[in-house]
Design a protein around this ligand. Sequence first.
Ligand code: MG
Ligand code: MG
Length: 272
Amino acid sequence: MVKIKSLEEIELMRESALIVSQTLGMLAKEIKPGVTTLYLDRLAESFIRDHSAVPGFLGLYDFPNTLCVSPNAEVVHGIPNDKPLEEGDILSVDCGVLKNGFYGDHAYTFEVGQVAKATKKLLEVTKKSLYIGIEAFYHGNRVGDLGYAIQNYTESFGYGVVRELVGHGLGKSMHESPEIPNYGKRGKGKKFINGMVIAIEPMINLGTKNIRHFSDGWTIKTVDNQPSAHFEHNVALIDGKPQLLSTFDYIYEALGIQSDEEIPFKKHTAKA
Ligand code: MG
Ligand code: MG
């Protein structure tokens, strides 16, 4: 069952989402060759606790850490370890937070030093597809329309859209109904209505869409060992339109990136 949120609840969810955004912004300055993902994990856990919140992934389904860190061909759910990052790697960092009883959950794929041109393009297209998905999250549109929009855009570049992992409703549970696949058929699936809050998270592979599960029970990797990208935002449906609860602004500030991609989906405060 879809759990509709009140405007008050959505404001609490914005708080949770923004702590994740700030955590990712803090990590953006730390991600470089030589750094281990376990180090990043410890920084993230302290940062979240310093903001009077609790890591949302730690212990969830028995996950052992604060961050899911998935370098290169790893798609999602990688466990932090003591292997240093290398020049040219990419690193998906997915982070969850629990505050005031509500979860935040979002992700960014970072470049470690200089990455290959084809990989850079994969990141650019995957991130763009996230905003294309957000655009499709409006009152009366359907889950299949959103999935179709992401799939249609990313497959036009020859990329593989992961099927086994999907976005989801978000709230007092990390994973609520409905599932939000990054593929779909237009006009199909559940209708979007005001008060829904979802995590939209395209997971897009440079090569084949096919993945394999590792014996650690968590890590998921592309079968052809080609890179995979993952970007995730938390979005509420208010007055018929999508509104971002999370933001990449802290990351962009840390990395000196200029972007206007989020402007159409920001909360607009009335001018005096
Ligand atoms: Mg996530
Ligand atoms: Mg998620």
